[in-house]
Design a protein around this ligand. Sequence first.
Ligand SMILES: Cc1cc2nc3c(=O)[nH]c(=O)nc-3n(C[C@H](O)[C@H](O)[C@H](O)COP(=O)(O)OP(=O)(O)OC[C@H]3O[C@@H](n4cnc5c(N)ncnc54)[C@H](O)[C@@H]3O)c2cc1C
Length: 384
Amino acid sequence: MASLDAEVAVVGAGPVGAVTALFAASGSRVVIVDQAHFPRDKPCGEGLLPPGRAILARLGIEGAVRDAGAPTLRGIAFGLLGRPQVSVHFPPHPDGAEGLGVRRLRFDAFLVERLQQNPNVAFHPGVMVSKIRLDGDAPALVTSDGEIRARFIAVADGLRSGLRHQLGWTIGPRGPHRYAVVGHWRDDRRLDPWVRITADQGMEAYDGPVGPHERLIALLCTHDRMKEFAGRLNQRYRELVAGFRPEAGVPLDTAVAVGPFNYRASTVARGGIFLVGDASGFVDPISGEGLATGMQQGLAFSQAIRQPDPESSYRRRHRRLTAGPRRATTLLVHLATSPRRADRAVRGMQRAPGVMPKLLGMTLGYWGAGRLTPRDWMALLTGR
Ligand SMILES: Cc1cc2nc3c(=O)[nH]c(=O)nc-3n(C[C@H](O)[C@H](O)[C@H](O)COP(=O)(O)OP(=O)(O)OC[C@H]3O[C@@H](n4cnc5c(N)ncnc54)[C@H](O)[C@@H]3O)c2cc1C
């Protein structure tokens, strides 16, 4: 690649980078690079919450994602192992109240195809960015294939963002250090449209449909329980899944481990550089909001670059988008990381059925923690 100039350059063509580029392309010439060649997989819970589905609708591609086999998600069912589960619909909202199960291998490749079809986007797979240079008139990306100068750079290089680190903006990972082990299963029965969360002994199992006969099962736990996977990740994963979901089906792949999580950034926009998606901070997969929140940040970036002060406009919007989800996720991690707290919280949410919809609404960014009444806190923390 020769030296390229564009108004917007995006690093990373995961869902957030791709959506950022697609929004920015209505009005700007965009260059986007990813070190990977697609299709490529990425360990994820693969549940796209309603605000993320609304972003796809806004781009005019939601129908195509559904037609390609992404099943509808109606809400969350949760409980303790061996006890009845309680189901809670996603709260009603003008943007819709249903999510989608998106198998990342297919979803990310689908978005990349859309990049390739867009005349305002130049997409370069297999190009790694090693550094951001800030010494010229405009920021520049140093890549394995030459240098790219752009007026605005959106950094969407994921959880462990090497570029955020190089800029000195990384905070974390902060404790408690949590990990996930993820795999896919084939089940020829009709899968139901719920993400099922089951807690047991400091571990949670997430089970959701991601294709007509395909489900994802992710196990989440802290470092302590992660030790039992040492040297036998796949075998232990399958043993635990057999306990959580005896009728999971047939394993489709080898389990993959990922973590720790909980990174933040000291700033999300400065000097023409904007962090979007996981690169801008990610607390934990427990709330399943990463894709939806990140994709909304992509839209916010494309709007901020048309404002007189793009960086402060983006920082404000980013704060508004992430405050609710971050608080809800932090609270859920606190409750989940002790079996006693988890037990009390699940009992409390089952006794006070209004609490879980409120927490879900916080996770979706619809409202803040002020919605939780003293009675709700009591139920969550004491189980009564
Ligand atoms: C176990 C687990 C379960 C989760 N469950 C859910 C869920 O159910 N729902 C949900 O919404 N979210 C979930 N998340 C979070 C979700 O996976 C992330 O929020 C999402 O992937 C963020 O997308 P992204 O585009 O920011 O980053 P990524 O998807 O990580 O994409 C980053 C891209 O950048 C590229 N890249 C990295 N470095 C460079 C470089 N130097 N040069 C060029 N390219 C580079 C990578 O190749 C990659 O394609 C989960 C996460 C985990 C770990």
